[in-house]
Design a protein around this ligand. Structure first.
Ligand code: SF4
Length: 76
């Protein structure tokens, strides 16, 4: 399962994903989120570790704009 922040302009910098899953999401200086797990750099090409799936689901549920996108295969 890969993940990325879809259309970064939809991220409203609330920080909820980083609070729920700090090993997967980080925020830039303006609070905009990106996937940082294993150096993914929001490319959506890195499978998220099995032990982080609960945190991942919590982060997705916490995002007020639903801009966290999941896919079974890498995005690129
Ligand atoms: S929870 Fe959603 S809106 Fe909030 S920082 Fe994360 S990606 Fe952006």
């Amino acid at each position: 399962m890969s993940v990325c922040i879809r259309h970064e302009e939809e991220c409203i910098a609330c920080g909820a994903c980083n609070s729920a899953a700090p090993d997967i999401f980080d925020l830039d200086d303006e609070g905009i989120a990106a996937v940082i797990f294993a150096g993914d750099n929001n490319r959506g090409i890195t499978a998220i570790a099995e032990e982080l799936q609960k945190e991942l689901q919590d982060a997705i549920a916490s995002c007020p704009t639903q801009c966290i996108q999941l896919a079974d295969a890498p995005f690129a």
